[in-house]
Write a protein that binds this ligand. Structure first.
Ligand SMILES: *Cc1c(COP(=O)(O)O)cnc(C)c1O
Length: 349
């Protein structure tokens, strides 16, 4: 028994990321919702032609080149944008700035597991509100929990559903704390809650380049909110939280909307096809506005199926959690990868 750590850190399990096999390993990786297509070629050119001078110096503390690109593409003023080392960094900054044992972190369940991890590290009080079976947002319960922060992932992981902007507007108007709308998967969805930041100074939208823009390895995300909300977050963030390479590549990737939209369109076509193929095999499949599907296998045990697929070189995500332990979360791959998955499943279910 050591005494190096604070008691909350000693007690917590720690976030368990999805398995990340070495690049080049012959594996079909459908477990952590990466985009199956490569990043924008224009962003890759930025990397190839990088001036060493921009590495010798410290980066701009606010990632202004990237903010400029966001401002142009999303039509929001630059001072309404905070940039992070992945959107996980934005979520972390929010918890550090707003929550403690008297100021709770609230979210509907099931959702992104990191919210809980961040609260445990802080430590902050956590209130988890179960989603009903139809995934309607439990607005009254969320409001009653009086969170200093309320996290809503929309589209949500692992369910894949979108929370309507109308519901989020009602929630924002009733909460006294901050409403974080985590839009990590927004590029694959039909709806964004972005307009709410102009209506409410307690709403922040978190976005990432990890999913829609195929740049999970770059670690780049951002938040959009009223400058009055951002002012507290800027005090808490690391002074140089975004590196110079990420800032420049991210700006190029964001400006290349044509390429991103092409990749997203391909994923959406594959999503519809994979959903039908899985249903044909007897899986229950939820409609999804993301780049993954949450599925219930026809008869075989989800954990066994996860292991059997892994043995055949296909990684999907299995959550050992009440309510999810009979399901698998499957990232949409390329057409070829999805075909291999279906072929493997034909023999397994
Ligand atoms: C992937 C994901 C993120 C994390 O994105 P990064 O920018 O890679 O840190 C945040 N929220 C949800 C719900 C996600 O699925």
């Amino acid at each position: 028994m050591t005494h190096y750590f604070r008691s909350n850190v000693e007690a917590m399990a720690g976030y368990v990321p999805g398995e990340q096999p070495k690049p080049g390993t012959p594996i079909i990786k459908l477990n952590t919702n990466e985009n199956p297509y490569p990043p924008s070629p224009i962003a890759m050119d930025v990397l190839r032609t990088l001036d060493s001078e921009c590495l010798r110096r410290y980066p701009n503390p606010f990632a202004n080149d990237f903010r400029q690109a966001i401002s142009e593409v999303l039509d929001v003023p630059q001072d309404w944008i905070i940039v992070g080392n992945g959107s996980d960094d934005i979520l972390n900054i929010l918890v550090r700035a707003c929550a403690d044992l008297d100021r709770s972190v609230v979210y509907p369940m099931p959702t992104y597991v990191l919210y809980r991890t961040l609260a445990e590290i802080q430590p902050a009080k956590v209130v988890e509100i179960p989603y009903p079976d139809d995934f309607r947002l439990p607005i009254a319960e969320l409001v009653a929990a009086q969170g200093a922060i309320t996290f809503i992932a929309s589209p949500n992981s692992p369910s894949g559903h979108v929370v309507s902007t109308d519901d989020l507007r009602i929630l924002a108007s009733k909460l006294t704390g901050v409403l974080v709308v985590d839009e990590a998967y927004v590029d694959f969805a039909d709806e964004t809650a972005l307009p709410l930041v102009k209506e409410f100074d307690n709403v922040i939208i978190a976005r990432t380049l990890s999913k829609g823009y195929s740049l999970a390895g770059l670690r780049l995300g951002f938040g959009i909110a009223n400058p009055s909300l951002l002012s507290g977050l800027f005090k808490v963030k690391d002074s140089y939280n975004v590196d110079a390479i990420a800032c420049l590549m991210g700006a190029a990737a964001l400006r290349d909307q044509t390429y991103k939209n092409e990749c997203v369109a391909k994923v959406k076509v594959s999503r519809a096809k994979l959903l039908l193929d899985l249903k044909q095999l007897g899986f229950q499949v939820r409609d999804s506005q993301t780049n993954f599907l949450l599925v219930t296998p026809p008869k075989s045990n989800a954990n066994d199926l996860y292991l059997a697929l892994k043995e055949r070189g296909i990684l999907v995500r299995y959550f050992k959690q009440p309510g999810l332990n009979d399901k698998l979360r499957i990232t949409i791959g390329t057409e070829l990868q999805n075909q291999s998955l279906i072929e493997a499943l034909i023999h397994l279910v």
